[in-house]
Design a binder for this molecule. Structure first.
Ligand code: GLU
Length: 295
């Protein structure tokens, strides 16, 4: 038994949890539980304009109702600015950053940053983002569920933003600083974040932080094929009916819970899930015939 396993769930308080969030929470929670590890909760309230008042508390209440038990105090990114600032300063000192004044229009939707401001140095008065100057090298990691991943950030993304023009820290920087601070050994989350993992590993290397293992779960999509999210009007989880929704989350993760278990108690479903968790059964992509719970 590995007792040093540390996992986490890191929802953004942009609205209530939905079935897709439940799947990510269940996957990371069971990964930690079966290894006798610890599971941490982090509220990613990094972006006040996108935050919905009361959503963070509602998320915590909902997780509690569904029977999740987290370790220690909940971490709020809104209280961690000093740590992000220190990381930014470290990168600045090593001349790995530059101020960028390119507007969206200048970049005209180009998926790879063309390097227009790369030559700039030092502080700047006018509004600017701060980008990381990325070297031409390959990042490689073995995802527990999606297999071997390779990415050359310089070629596929370019120098990326670590602080926005409104001074908010970018998610890529905050997540890396927090995963390290919380000693996370494995990140289990939705595969919509697979493509940003290379950037996170690159940043960990620049900040001399340990890289955790990664596993990206299939994401839940609606019948139109869109990821469940607030933008696609995903239904909030129904806290009056946690047991059947947990059952469906396990089924989505390929765990084949017995049909009769659906009407059982929440604690019985969790007990079954912990005793029967099987990584190999998790599909890398959602199955076409996914059934979502009626709520
Ligand atoms: N806060 C992100 C979200 O809610 C998750 C970030 C992560 O797990 O790294 O989508």
């Amino acid at each position: 038994m590995n007792t040093s396993y540390r996992g986490r769930f890191a929802p953004s308080p942009t609205g209530p949890l939905h079935f897709g969030s439940l799947v990510a929470a269940v996957g990371s929670y069971l990964a930690a539980s079966i290894q006798n590890g610890e599971w941490y909760l982090r509220i990613e309230d990094l972006d006040p304009p996108r935050e919905v008042p009361g959503a963070a508390d509602e998320i915590l209440r909902c997780l509690d109702t569904f029977g999740f038990a987290w370790h220690g105090k909940v971490v709020y990114q809104s209280q961690r600015h000093a740590a992000y600032h220190a990381a930014l300063e470290q990168l600045q000192k090593e001349r790995l950053t530059f101020p960028c004044i390119c507007t969206r229009k200048v970049l005209s939707g180009s998926p790879i940053y063309p390097g227009n401001c790369r030559h700039r140095q030092g502080a700047m008065e006018q509004p600017h983002t701060t980008r990381l100057r990325v070297a031409d090298k390959r990042i490689q990691f073995n995802d527990r569920l999606q297999g071997l991943q390779r990415q050359n950030i310089a070629k596929e993304v370019g120098d990326f933003i670590i602080q926005r023009a409104d001074h908010l820290f970018a998610y890529q920087l905050a997540v890396v600083v927090d995963d390290a601070e919380q000693g996370i050994t494995e990140v289990i989350r939705g595969s919509d974040l697979l493509t940003v993992t290379g950037r996170q590993i690159y940043l960990q290397q620049q900040l001399q932080l340990t890289t955790p293992s990664y596993g990206h779960l299939p994401i839940v999509v609606n019948p139109a094929g869109d990821k469940l999210s607030k933008q696609t009007f995903a239904q909030p989880l129904n806290s009056d009916q946690p047991a059947p929704q947990l059952w469906y989350a396990l089924q989505f993760l390929g765990q084949a819970p017995p049909a009769a278990l659906k009407d059982d108690s929440l604690s019985e479903i969790w007990r079954w899930a912990k005793a029967n968790w099987c990584w190999h059964a998790i599909p890398s992509q959602p199955k076409k015939t996914t059934t979502l719970p009626d709520q």
